[in-house]
Structures are given as structure tokens and as C-alpha cells.
Ligand binder design. Structure first.
Ligand code: GLY
Length: 387
């Protein structure tokens, strides 16, 4: 077995990490109840922003996870205030012309509905699902990620979108209308058929022919180069395949999960936390993406519910080893050092071969913090997921 001798995180360490995270979230409430954390920290500290970026749901998700861990009423009140903001955002269509409705509305509003029965959360999340399905292309059978819907240079999906689809399954369940689920199913099929390569590495984005809907070509945006495997994209693939199986029950998604996970695990450096692209390994002078490790661990912990126990043990051990490494070597241990939870993540690292802007490199980021808490919560108890 890979990484046979790496230690696993203990029960006490899981609780310690969750308690520190909960206290850190509570300490942040005065600044970040009527505002949200920026996507990434600067020199370890998040600045406040309005609810107008694709990442703000993660901060609200941290509030809900901290509430689950502590039952502290201050967290519940803050979560409800943030749900008001999400309802206002979708009602007024503030920065919602993209596919990230799931990242925004699952950990904030679906979570608030599931945890405390928030009717506003339910209303906002169903409206967000309605918004998400406006981005579906019936010819290509996929949900377009970014940009105006009528331009060939935007006619593509991205692997990250797999995490936006649980919102659609939830909306079908709540409303009894299958239109959301039908679109999610079509998108999943188109996505996995094209973004997962033969060796189970993944494309970040994939273009289609606008006239015929035929697959055209893969390309990166945030990975090092087109043909490499962006570390967070591969992790979105791991978690995305697990969720695809959960919601469709299609056995082929278990095989895809195993393939993309195997590729990921065999391309990790010694401490099991990837560099920002799986092209890089020990000895390369490149930044890490600690968020990728937590996302991958969450995907593995989801999939073990659906596979035989002895197979699941392998993935559970990987997840516990990765979280041990994140806890020991990447997590914030002193609030003077950062107001976030996990250091050494990478949002968007410009290279000579990619098309992304350069920001949030070797910093905390909001989803890195959120998925760290989610992975720990999954290890602490039988968690009713927000996705
Ligand atoms: N979904 C965008 C990212 O992972 O950076």
C-alpha cells in the first residue's frame, strides 16, 4: 500500500482541530457576520468583502460546521444573517451569471435549511438552482461555467462544476420537479466522459463544438499547462465522482472514482499534500495546494459509504493520513499568525502555459478552510452532508 507508514490523525487531534477552528470562526464573527471573507488571505489574513464573489458560501459553511461542533447560538445567529444576504443576492441577481450556484448556496443555504430548518435558506437555494439551470446547453448537454452563453470561446464546462450539481438534486427532492435532476445527470455524463483522460488524470476545462455539441478539446485555466493535472481539479474530480455515484447510483462512477483517486495518490509528494499541480513533486520549488488534500479526503470519506468495507478501509486510511499531515504541517495553530484555518494553499498561480490571473498563492483560502472543517467533521461523526 502507498504511504503505508504515514501516521493517521487521532480522535483527540480531530477534536482539537475542530475546536481550534470553531474558536477561530467565533473570533471572526464581529468582522465577518455582515461581510464575508475574501476568497484568499493576504499574508495570512482575510479581508472583508461584500457577498459578490463565487466563494462566499464557504465562509457561511464554516459557520455552520462550527455550529454543529459547538451548538453556540452566536454561530446560529450569524448563519441566519448570512442566509438573508444570500437571499438578497439571488433576488437581485448580484454576480450570479456563472455556474457556481452550488458552491455558493449548498454550504450556506441548503446547510441552514437542513440544520435549523431555515425557510429563507430553502427559498434562496431553490432560486439558485433555477439560476443554475439557465446555464444548461441542450445541444452540448452541459452547464456552461463562465461568461455569456452565446460565444464559442465560452462554450465549455469545467471539472469543478461537479460540486455545483448536488444543489440540483436537492432542488428536485424539495420541489418534486425532476427538471433539475435531469440536467444534473446530463451534465455529469458529458463532464466525466470528457474531462477524465485515459490515464485518469483530468482536464481542468473542456470545449465543445457550438453547432453540433461534439467534444472539441481540453484546456487548462488554473493548472500548470494544458496536459498536466491541476491538483485541485483532480480533487474536484475525486469528490465529484463520489457525489455523482451518490446521486445517480451508476456503478461506472465508482470505477472513475477509483481511477482518479489512484492517479492522485501516486502523484503526491512524501507528506501527502500536493503541490498546486500534480506535475510537481518533492524537490520542486513550487507552492502547495493544501485545499486539494482536504477536498480529496472529503471525496474519499463520501465514497467509503458505498463500497465494500475492506476497500473503504484503504480510502479511509488515506483520508486520515492526509488530514494528519494537513493538521500537523499546514493548519494555523495561533490566531496571531492568521485569521484563517489552513495555510499554504493556492488559488490561482500564473504560469507561462495557463490563462489564469496570479493571486492567492501560498495563502489560506476560503474553500481550503471549509473543506478542512468538513473532512474533520466527517471523521468525527456520521455527518449529514450539505452537498
Ligand atoms: N472552482 C474554482 C477553483 O477551484 O479555484
Amino acid at each position: 500500500m502507498l504511504f503505508e507508514n504515514m501516521p493517521v490523525i487521532t480522535k483527540e487531534e480531530i477534536q482539537d482541530a475542530l475546536d481550534f477552528s470553531t474558536n477561530q470562526v467565533i473570533a471572526n464573527l464581529p468582522e465577518f457576520t455582515h461581510k464575508f471573507q475574501k476568497a484568499y488571505s493576504e499574508n495570512g489574513f482575510y479581508q472583508p468583502i461584500e457577498n459578490n464573489y463565487w466563494t462566499t458560501g464557504f465562509w457561511t459553511g464554516e459557520i455552520w460546521l462550527a455550529y454543529e461542533n459547538s451548538q453556540d447560538e452566536r454561530l446560529k445567529e450569524a448563519g441566519e444573517i448570512q442566509i438573508d444576504s444570500f437571499l438578497h443576492r439571488i433576488d437581485n441577481k448580484i454576480e450570479v451569471d456563472h455556474h457556481d450556484m452550488g458552491f455558493l448556496y449548498s454550504p450556506s443555504c441548503v446547510a441552514g435549511y437542513k440544520l435549523i430548518g431555515s425557510e429563507k435558506g430553502k427559498e434562496a437555494a431553490i432560486k439558485a438552482a433555477d439560476q443554475l439551470i439557465t446555464r444548461y446547453h441542450p445541444v452540448g448537454e452541459f452547464i456552461q461555467a463562465w461568461g455569456p452563453m452565446d460565444a464559442p470561446e465560452n462554450y465549455r464546462l469545467i471539472i469543478d462544476c461537479l460540486l455545483n450539481l448536488p444543489l440540483l438534486y436537492w432542488a428536485s427532492e424539495e420541489t418534486g420537479d425532476n427538471k433539475y435532476r435531469d440536467i444534473a445527470e446530463k451534465h455529469i455524463h458529458t463532464a466525466v466522459a470528457n474531462v477524465i483522460r485515459e490515464d485518469f488524470s483530468t482536464w481542468h476545462t473542456f470545449f465543445f463544438d457550438m453547432e453540433t455539441g461534439a467534444p472539441h478539446h481540453g484546456a487548462t485555466c488554473q493548472g500548470y499547462r494544458d496536459g498536466s493535472a491541476w491538483a485541485r481539479g483532480q480533487a474536484w474530480g475525486i469528490y465529484g465522482c463520489a457525489l455523482a455515484y451518490k446521486y445517480t447510483g451508476r456503478k461506472e462512477y465508482i470505477d472513475l472514482f477509483k481511477g482518479v483517486t489512484e492517479y492522485y495518490m501516486t502523484h503526491l509528494p512524501k507528506d501527502m499534500v500536493p503541490f498546486w499541480d500534480l506535475e510537481f513533486t518533492d524537490g520542486d520549488d513550487q507552492p502547495r495546494d493544501s485545499s486539494s488534500a482536504s477536498i480529496a479526503a472529503c471525496g474519499m470519506l463520501e465514497m467509503i459509504k458505498y463500497i465494500p468495507e475492506e476497500e473503504g478501509e484503504i480510502y479511509k486510511k488515506y483520508a486520515m493520513q492526509m488530514m494528519k499531515s494537513v493538521y500537523d504541517n499546514y493548519a494555523v495553530k495561533d490566531s496571531k499568525e492568521s485569521n484563517g484555518l489552513v495555510l499554504h494553499s493556492t488559488y490561482s498561480n500564473h504560469s507561462p502555459y495557463n490563462t489564469c490571473n496570479h493571486y492567492g498563492v501560498d495563502e489560506c483560502n476560503s474553500w481550503g478552510d471549509y473543506f478542512y472543517m468538513e473532512a474533520l467533521t466527517r471523521l468525527q461523526k456520521d455527518w449529514n452532508l450539505y452537498w
